[in-house]
Design a protein. Structure first.
Length: 117
């Protein structure tokens, strides 16, 4: 399985974007899928993840603005980002913990989100 992230771009502060992570194969059996981001000069951080039984978790600072969803029929995971702020500027990566080990062992390429003030 390979992951392909898309949907990044340039948006003004307060705007919205939806990122997509399309898998080349079925995600039905993948334990968890998630989004990470890495801003310039900062460490990569977890944004949100969703398990195959629907359990969702978000970074505390992003709750209420970001929504992750998983469409197993389309083998795609989405990240809806609302009320974007300049500090949300980062490269966003989708990832998978295929076996539930806690290790994010499958990564897609990043998609750049730039939020202008």
């Amino acid at each position: 399985v390979q992951l392909q992230a898309s949907g990044g771009g340039l948006v003004q502060a307060g705007g919205s974007l939806r990122l997509s992570c399309a898998a080349s194969g079925s995600i039905f059996s993948i334990f968890a899928m998630g989004w990470y981001r890495q801003a310039p000069g900062r460490e990569r951080e977890l944004v949100a993840h969703v398990t195959n039984d629907g359990k969702i978790d978000y970074a505390d600072s992003l709750k209420g603005r970001f929504t992750i969803s998983r469409d197993s029929a389309k083998n795609t995971v989405y990240l809806q980002m609302n009320s974007l702020k300049p500090e949300d500027t980062a490269v966003y990566y989708c990832a998978a913990d295929r076996w539930g080990t806690g290790e994010w062992d499958l990564w897609g390429q990043g998609t750049l989100v730039t939020v202008s003030s």
